[in-house]
Write a protein that binds this ligand. Sequence first.
Ligand SMILES: *[C@@H]1O[C@H](CO)[C@@H](O)[C@H](O)[C@H]1NC(C)=O
Ligand SMILES: *[C@@H]1O[C@H](CO)[C@@H](O)[C@H](O)[C@H]1NC(C)=O
Ligand SMILES: *[C@@H]1O[C@H](CO)[C@@H](O)[C@H](O)[C@H]1NC(C)=O
Length: 362
Amino acid sequence: MMAALVIQWLALASLLAGGAVSLDNGLALTPPMGWMSWERYRCNVDCTTDPYNCISEELYMEMADRLVDQGYKDLGYEFVNIDVHSRGLKLGIYGDIGTMTCGGYPGSYGHIETDAMTYAEWGVDMVKVDGCYANETVFAEGYPAMGKALNATGRPIVYSCSWPAYLKDPDYATISKTCNLWRNYDDIQDSWDSVLSIILHYAEGQDVFGNLDQQMSQMAMWAIFASPLLMSNDLWNIPEDSREILQNPEVIAVNQDKLGVQGKLVSSSTTSHPHSPKETTLYVFAKPLSTGSVAVALLNTDDQGTPRNMTVSLQEAGLKVTSARVRDLFELKDIGVFNSKVTLSVNPSGGVRLLLLTPVSP
Ligand SMILES: *[C@@H]1O[C@H](CO)[C@@H](O)[C@H](O)[C@H]1NC(C)=O
Ligand SMILES: *[C@@H]1O[C@H](CO)[C@@H](O)[C@H](O)[C@H]1NC(C)=O
Ligand SMILES: *[C@@H]1O[C@H](CO)[C@@H](O)[C@H](O)[C@H]1NC(C)=O
């Protein structure tokens, strides 16, 4: 079930706080959306004994068909991260800056230009370059060299680097000039704990799929953080309610908003239970939008409680008004006009309310 909505975790260069200028090749101005095989299928190529869990040409073709005929493509999910152009989709591929990929296949070390030219010849639209079997020197020389080589092919290719994930103190100014997006945290694993650890990494470090609540939380947080929506799931067997979450047009609109600001944690609070210490479990995130509205996520990670009332003030959400119209983006319903603050009940264990706050008075 969890695998129904695992979405790859990447941060967009164009959204880096601090105003660093990101690679400008006209690509990935909003988070890329699509499907990739990694989290769900890994490097299993044994289709003889394991036909339903292996990577094959048929798998990519089938998933590409599902993207189109189940309506994902119309909502913006356009990348398939291997030759699917005939369906109007885009092609993404995986490589490594070192001598080998993490899975032990040949890396680009020593033949960066050849690989870049090969990607362009194959018609690749996005390349994710990992950092296994490399060292800091190889990163510092290889990633910019690959960026240059891709640019020199003349084909617009979204360039996704894993560079910072391997460093203690990444030089984001250089990385952001080199790559369109990068991975700066562990690869997402198939569990809510992993999703939560990534969310908390961002919550703490700032300057999907368990139950439905947790699936909504992952989608909500990926929208708030403007993270690429690259699904890694089995599109044959996706439950209807999971699909609705992935295809929610108003949540996708928050993710794809043109202002391109990464949402932030604006407040957090603790909960306590009779037999356990106080723990920070309630988180409020806000992301300003190009429309003047603000998207707010109320996230309740308390794992032994009942639903909690959570509050966000209009001021902490970043609105300089006294009242705002509030819409619930998963329910797709307006829930009223609120003065100065909004209080709503949020389910425990990873429940979320994703709200749109629109100013109604000065
Ligand atoms: C190459 O780089 C230049 C300068 O940043 C940019 O204007 C151009 O769009 C890039 N071309 C491609 C194909 O990436
Ligand atoms: C980094 O890796 C490259 C390629 O394997 C190697 O030639 C080089 O000596 C390494 N440098 C360091 C400092 O380990
Ligand atoms: C949450 O707020 C509602 C409406 O104000 C109130 O009726 C309810 O008792 C509150 N629940 C908790 C657990 O505080």
